[in-house]
Write a protein that binds this ligand. Structure first.
Ligand code: CMP
Length: 140
């Protein structure tokens, strides 16, 4: 296993309920280090671009509306096998299918308002990290 970086987004349903600290605690407890972090309100353009891979999916419009409905916290998580580890910590996309003890099981409201996003592969992690952060903003 190698040390990796992955992009995480704490979504508007979670920032609205003031869960940023509770979610960050999950990452840190499980050995991931938050090596960059910023709170921002995504523009329509940013959300559309970030989720462009889903542009043809029926939920794309609602996903963009949801992701621009309030502040998000974008962050880079670093650690051994960080991409897969973060996906374990988050749980399944649909909270109804998420394992006990995962962020989505404990905090998500629905498949759309599912509290967190995490990169799904090391290649996508590199693209997604670069979407929000320059190298000088990441302090490992
Ligand atoms: P995320 O990991 O951010 O990547 C794409 C998002 O689309 C996903 O989490 C869900 O929040 C959202 N989404 C909304 N509806 C669906 C759906 N029917 N299937 C999959 N993802 C959905």
């Amino acid at each position: 296993m190698a040390v990796q970086r992955t992009l995480s987004i704490i979504k508007p349903d979670a920032t609205r309920r003031n869960l940023t600290g509770a979610i960050n605690q999950r990452f840190e407890e499980k050995g991931l280090r938050i090596v960059a972090q910023k709170r921002m309100w995504l523009t329509d353009e940013q959300a559309k671009q970030f989720y462009a891979v889903h542009a043809e999916r029926p939920f794309y419009g609602e996903l963009v509306d949801f992701m621009t409905s309030g502040p998000v916290v974008v962050q880079v998580l670093q650690g051994e096998d960080a991409v897969a580890k973060n996906r374990e910590i988050m749980g399944a996309t649909n909270p109804a299918n998420a394992d006990d003890g995962t962020i989505r099981k404990d905090f998500a409201e629905s498949i759309e308002a599912n509290s967190v996003h995490g990169s799904d592969s090391e290649d996508n992690a590199k693209i997604e990290v670069a979407f929000f952060f320059s190298e000088t903003e990441i302090v490992g």
